[in-house]
Write a protein that binds this ligand. Structure first.
Ligand SMILES: Nc1nc2c(c(=O)[nH]1)N[C@H]1C(S)=C(S)[C@@H](COP(=O)(O)O)O[C@H]1N2
Ligand SMILES: [Mo]
Length: 452
């Protein structure tokens, strides 16, 4: 396609009050699709009415800038004194971006302390999630821990048990690395059926950051861990949830970090300030926040968060434990559910791919529900166990389409379809759903979550 033929694609953002509660409560019942369609229809018509009754598609096609102020007529901000420097000592987003926020799904959990907020993936660029929009998952609320009073203990099968202050830790050799963090329950509501309307709710327990801290291997060596008997570590958090997770020593010595930094500054309280474990490629629950203790042991600890929770219910009724790795997965973030394509023509289709086993090798995109595939552009950098951004050109001809993305990682693993995943895992799981996501584009431009 000649780039000069490109029509600017216009995607309307998901409605601001789209909390999804009603969809969550409707989980598993018939009629949820009809309800969602009605909702979007209403918003679509409202947008049309705002253009004083002009037929929406033709108005936009005639002049993509229709309704813009005259470029020659200077707006007030070109003729006035602006705000002084440091009027806001800590910068904030533009007031026009107030819709781009973490959202919780009120029907999902009974108390907001043992709950989750989802990152607005549909509105984010690149591979780093702004710290203020990083998803949150707390089992007993978040705490703002006084760093002067915080300690990290290393005990168990070690020659020299250690208690570090934050100052001690920050004097040690430090590394900075970009990794994704995904809750094992991400996309969990989609196991049985189409459950939630937007990518914020289907995939928003996912974020990507640059973490800074000390490699756990540095601390284990400092403590003189038992190289023969020390086969596992237990990580423990300082919040009231008693969060504890077992990690195999091989992994602990590989790329696990004890991090104090995130995206160039100290961690945010919601993400474990002043110290958290970073376990690249592994589900979020092992990334213990407010990290206070590492114990070296000779066998898995079998704690509550790894025996009764975070286990995979298999079709035969058995539970699978310690399935920690987040396998290769991808999702188109725009266009995505709840958005509306406002006219035909060119669109930059964009999304994220990631794998807990290393780098993403390839992402293919289908516009017809998986019959034909085209290879997307991977944007640099493509880092191991990090989010990878993909983009692909698309000219929408106005007819119905089903958009899908399929990731392949450097081990050759291919992201499965729902049929392939359910053939092995059944439909009653919560965790580790990495199936191919489908977004249905209707002739009206409405984009909806479907399973094909
Ligand atoms: N101490 C402690 N660590 C914790 C949790 C918690 O509740 N307490 N939640 C875990 C879960 S289930 C996830 S998915 C991640 C979420 O990290 P985030 O809130 O920074 O996104 O933290 C993990 N670490
Ligand atoms: Mo989680």
């Amino acid at each position: 396609m000649n780039p000069d033929d490109r029509q600017p694609g216009r995607v309307r953002k998901a409605p601001e009050n789209f909390l999804g509660a009603e969809f969550v409560r409707e989980l598993g019942r018939d009629g949820v699709n009809a309800e969602r369609r009605n909702f979007l229809r209403k918003s679509f018509l409202a947008a049309g009415a705002a253009l004083a009754g002009a037929p929406l598609a033709s108005a936009l096609a005639a002049s993509p800038g229709a309704g813009d102020p005259d470029i020659l007529n200077l707006p007030p901000w070109s003729k006035m004194l602006g705000q002084p420097v440091a009027a806001r000592p800590y910068g904030l987003p533009s007031g026009y971006e107030a819709n781009l926020v973490r959202r919780q799904s009120p029907g999902l959990t009974s108390v907001p302390q043992a709950s989750v907020s989802f990152a607005p993936l549909q509105g984010l660029f690149g591979i780093i999630t702004p710290s203020g929009l990083h998803f949150e998952r707390h089992h007993q609320g978040w705490v703002d821990v006084d760093p002067a009073r915080h300690r990290l203990m290393i005990n168990g099968l070690v020659k020299r048990p250690r208690v570090y202050t934050m100052d001690d830790l920050m004097r040690l050799p430090s590394v900075s690395r970009i990794h994704f963090l995904e809750c094992g329950a991400n996309t969990g509501m989609e196991w049985g059926n189409v459950a939630v309307p937007t990518v914020q709710y289907t995939h928003g327990m996912l974020s990507g950051s640059e973490f800074t801290g000390v490699l756990l291997s540095t601390l284990l060596e400092d403590a003189g861990f038992d190289r023969v008997k020390g086969k596992y570590i237990l990580a423990e958090g300082a919040d009231g949830s008693g969060m504890t997770r077992t990690i195999a020593m091989e992994r602990a010595l590989d790329d696990v970090m004890v991090a104090y930094g995130m995206n160039g500054e100290m961690l945010r309280p919601e993400n474990g300030y002043p110290l958290r474990l970073v376990v690249p490629g592994v589900q979020g629950v092992s990334w213990v926040k407010w990290l206070r203790r590492i114990e070296v042991g000779d066998q898995p600890y079998g704690t509550k968060d790894e025996t009764s929770h975070y286990v995979d219910l298999m079709p035969d009724g058995m539970l699978r434990q310690y399935t920690s790795i987040q396998e290769a997965k991808s999702v188109i973030t725009s266009p995505s559910g709840g958005q509306v394509l406002l006219n035909k023509g060119f669109y930059n289709l964009t999304g994220l791919a990631w794998s807990g086993r290393g780098r993403i090798r390839k992402v293919d995109v289908s516009f017809d529900g998986g019959k034909n595939w085209r290879t997307a552009r991977l944007e640099n950098p493509v880092l191991p166990k990090a989010l990878t951004r993909f983009n692909i050109d698309w000219v929408w001809d106005g007819s119905p389409a089903i958009l899908q993305s399929r990731a392949v990682d450097e081990t050759g693993y291919v992201q499965p379809t729902y049929a392939q995943l359910r053939a092995v895992r059944g439909t009653r799981s919560i965790y580790h759903n990495n199936a191919i996501q489908s977004w249905q584009v209707a002739a009206s431009g409405d984009v909806a979550n479907v399973q094909v």
